[in-house]
Design a binder for this molecule. Structure first.
Ligand SMILES: Nc1ncnc2c1ncn2[C@@H]1O[C@H](COP(=O)(O)OP(=O)(O)OP(=O)(O)O)[C@@H](O)[C@H]1O
Length: 437
């Protein structure tokens, strides 16, 4: 950077001195630039314009960089003109103009970002902010067991990390185990360790279990609902006595471990059905944190999209943005896989979309459906006719996605193509009637 004027510096939220004399790569590394049009111009040897969002100043800017060539056609300088288009963007946003390409980043202004180790937690909705506030409060109560509940992919693991990082144990070991992933005959030795010769195949020096290895720190027991009943008894004993005895051992080892457990299963119902011990449930449930599914906190969707777009763009060195008319599809979808599904979809779209703009037609069919079944509707008692219609529509949609055309889908479903067209039209009419209600 040979020269920067003060307007440029203030748009980036730094002083001129922090820019001049630095390379673009240095500025990228220091996160003063979130992406760089300059490097793109050097690579492509032509004028390029790019819209980007600056996290320091919270401004959306349009950068137009022009190459200046030397005598033999190499890029000698790049002239970069940067303009604040935040207001314009907001206007475009509200107009939802069809021909406007926006990244919807202005909405991110409201979102709260919390630094957490390497990652970032996005929390814009009131519901998720309450989760974070509770997690931060609980974190300080060292030793209190926490139970995190929520559907798969809602963020239980990152909330657990947030608790650990805000707790007095943050510099002590933090070990995680997925109780559903360990074969039943190995769970006890994995959790509590074993003495040499405890069983055939055991390491002849013995082995520390997860609890012993995390002594002084925190253990995250993921999928606690999958823990077999006989292990539930043993876990309860360890938690109550604050001591662990290795398999094949006799000497109990004193433990000072905080336990955070998580599950996407309904533990109360499991207690009623006798598949989860009531005493362990109460022991774990000293404080419980419920993370609502994404469909019940839709205000998080756009900030999450922006966040994952930025992450994937950085990861794949791309510069993809989202076309404004796709946003409704993202907001309208019911996200059964929650934030993980959104994250995976964004990664998929960044990889598979040709060109830099992700448009409605690039989205999977399930998002382009005329109307999604909302959580409230799921709970509502709906007529049998509409249940059948939805099931038919879902089957049609899956077949079209799989076979790529109405004709092939019709052959697979053993109906006429005209039946498919008619049923899809019916469904669309039904949805728009509902929307107009
Ligand atoms: N609010 C958020 N901000 C940023 N990333 C998030 C947020 N919530 C979830 N994620 C990301 O979504 C993915 C799923 O989150 P996580 O693993 O914490 O969910 P989980 O509830 O523990 O899932 P499972 O029940 O399947 O174990 C992770 O990659 C995580 O980083």
């Amino acid at each position: 950077m040979l020269f920067a004027n003060s307007a440029n510096a203030s748009l980036l939220g730094v002083s001129k001195a922090e820019l001049e004399g630095r390379t673009t790569q240095q500025l990228l590394d220091e996160k003063i630039f979130s992406n760089s049009v300059i490097l793109e111009v050097i690579r492509q040897k032509k004028q390029i314009s790019k819209i980007s969002y600056n996290y320091h100043t919270r401004l959306t800017v349009l950068a137009t960089a022009t190459p200046i060539f030397d005598d033999v056609g190499n890029v000698k300088y790049v002239f970069n003109n940067v303009r604040d288009i935040t207001a314009l963007n907001e206007l475009q946003n509200s107009l939802k103009s069809k021909d406007t390409i926006i990244q919807q980043q202005s909405r991110q202004l409201e979102s709260m970002r919390i630094r957490l180790g390497e990652g970032t937690i996005i929390a814009n909705s009131k519901a998720f902010n309450e989760v974070i506030t509770l997690a931060q409060r609980v974190a300080a109560f060292d030793g209190a067991t926490v139970l995190i509940l929520g559907e798969s992919g809602t963020g239980k693991e990152i909330i657990s990390e947030l608790i650990v990082n805000n707790s007095p144990r943050k510099d002590w070991p933090y070990l995680q185990v997925n109780c559903g992933a360990i074969p039943e005959n190995l769970i006890e030795s994995e959790l509590f360790g074993y003495e040499k010769g405890a069983f055939t195949g055991a390491d002849n020096k013995g082995h520390k279990g997860l609890f012993e290895a995390a002594n002084g720190g925190t253990v995250f027991l993921d999928e606690i609902g999958d823990l077999p009943l006989h292990m539930q008894v043993k876990l309860l004993r360890v938690l109550q006595q604050k001591k662990v005895t290795r398999v094949g051992g006799t000497e109990p080892i004193a433990l000072d471990v905080r336990v955070i457990a998580a599950t996407n299963r309904n533990l109360e119902q499991m207690v009623r059905e006798g598949t989860f011990r009531e005493d362990l449930y109460y022991r774990l449930n000293v404080v419980s944190i419920f993370i609502p599914p994404l469909r019940e906190r839709r205000e998080d969707i756009i900030p999450l999209i922006n966040h994952f777009l930025m992450v994937e763009n950085q990861k794949y060195h791309t510069n993809k943005s989202i076309y404004s008319d796709t946003i409704d599809a993202f907001e309208g979808y019911c996200w059964p896989g929650n934030v993980r599904e959104l994250e995976n979809l964004l990664e998929n779209l960044v990889i598979t979309t040709p060109g830099d703009i992700i448009r409605r037609e690039n989205l999977p069919l399930k998002l382009r459906r005329p109307q999604q079944v909302s959580a409230e509707e799921e709970e509502e008692t709906v007529s049998l006719k509409s249940v059948v219609e939805r099931a038919e529509y879902a089957a049609i949609e899956r077949a079209i996605e799989k076979y790529g055309s109405i004709r092939k889908a019709a052959a697979a479903l053993d109906v006429n193509p005209s039946t498919i067209t008619r049923k899809m039209q019916l469904y669309k009419d039904m949805s728009s009637r509902k929307q107009n209600k």
